[in-house]
Design a protein around this ligand. Structure first.
Ligand code: SF4
Length: 316
């Protein structure tokens, strides 16, 4: 059995789990390539125009491997935390793929709740039965997959550089070098430290959202908002670069919430779609970094605990 896993959307968060689970069942795993122009073009061709860029790209990944596998994993992820949900586009993803791309193989359609191991195992029993009916084998594969996922290193936390920015947004944009036009390497090349939301504990982000009149429904955006507030309060960052997808409703709410809470703290929002040009993004990032350097090094900058980072001491 060849299991196809498109390298898009929450692959970037849960790939260790899916790959380990199906390989431990004895399947051959076919993962699509890194996003490239052909994959993007296929996504734009097959997906509806109204969808956001990451969903279009996911279509391209699915289309690129559909003829090489017997079963496609299109996780219908519903929720990863109690009383929270994720973007509704994930709920309809299997149907979007089945009805937009011709001749797709069998697709996983079982809703996936990841709020606890019991719910996750239920999905594994159902999806794993495509490969084997032996529940003991599925159970062993499940345990290995959970272990692999927990061991995986998530996020970026690079401090101690001349400046540090929080790179905020969806993991499928932050960690997809083609979609974000290699922004991580470009910032590193300029000597800029990067922190992502994974560096902040879940409990701390929950404390921050208590300041809101209404708590966000969406787990990942609750985390981004909370992490931005924590990092700013702890003076660990000099600015925020938010990588957003054009036509993302969730981003439009969370970006405004962050702006409201950070006041005049520098934040650059880069909206990405299939027409975004690399030169335009580079220019905006360079201008933002220049502005941060002026602000931190040349203007009336108040020394703060953040200074410890420059001297290589523990910033906390
Ligand atoms: S959260 Fe935004 S970017 Fe992500 S799938 Fe939903 S609409 Fe697209």
């Amino acid at each position: 059995m060849r299991i196809g896993i498109p390298k898009g959307l929450l692959y970037y968060r849960y790939h260790a789990f899916f790959e380990t689970f199906f390989s431990k069942l004895g399947s051959e795993i076919i993962v699509s390539e890194q996003t490239n122009k052909d994959i993007l073009d296929m996504g734009v061709q097959f997906c509806v125009d109204e969808a956001c860029l990451p969903v279009k790209v996911f279509h391209g990944h699915a289309a690129s491997i559909k003829d090489r596998c017997d079963y496609l994993i299109i996780p219908r992820i519903m929720s990863v935390c109690i009383k929270e949900y994720i973007c509704p586009k994930f709920c309809g993803l299997p149907e979007m793929i089945i009805h937009s791309i011709p001749r797709v193989p069998k697709v996983s359609v079982e809703p996936l709740y990841m709020r606890n191991e019991k719910e996750l195992f239920r999905w594994c029993l159902s999806s794993g039965s495509v490969v084997t009916k032996d529940s003991a084998v599925i159970k062993r594969a499940f345990i290995s997959a959970v272990t692999a996922q927990k061991k995986g290193r998530a996020g970026i936390n690079e401090q101690g550089r001349k400046l540090t920015v929080m790179l905020a947004g969806h993991p499928y944009i932050i960690y997809d070098d083609y979609l974000n036009m290699g922004i991580i390497n470009k910032l590193r090349a300029k000597g800029i430290g990067i922190i992502t939301e994974e560096s902040v504990g879940d409990g701390e982000t929950r404390e921050e959202v208590k300041k809101l009149v209404k708590k966000p429904f969406w787990t990942f955006q609750r985390r981004v908002f909370g992490a931005a507030c924590v990092l700013l309060r702890q003076k660990l960052i000099d600015g925020i670069i938010y990588l957003s997808s054009f036509a993302c409703g969730i981003d439009s709410v969370i970006i405004d919430l962050i702006r409201h809470f950070i006041g005049n703290f520098p934040m650059l929002v880069i909206k990405l779609d299939e027409h975004t040009g690399e030169a335009g993004v580079d220019t905006r990032v360079e201008a933002f970094i220049d502005m941060l350097e002026r602000r931190v090094f040349n203007e009336n900058y108040n020394p703060s605990p953040r200074e410890c980072v420059f001297s290589g001491q523990n910033p906390v």
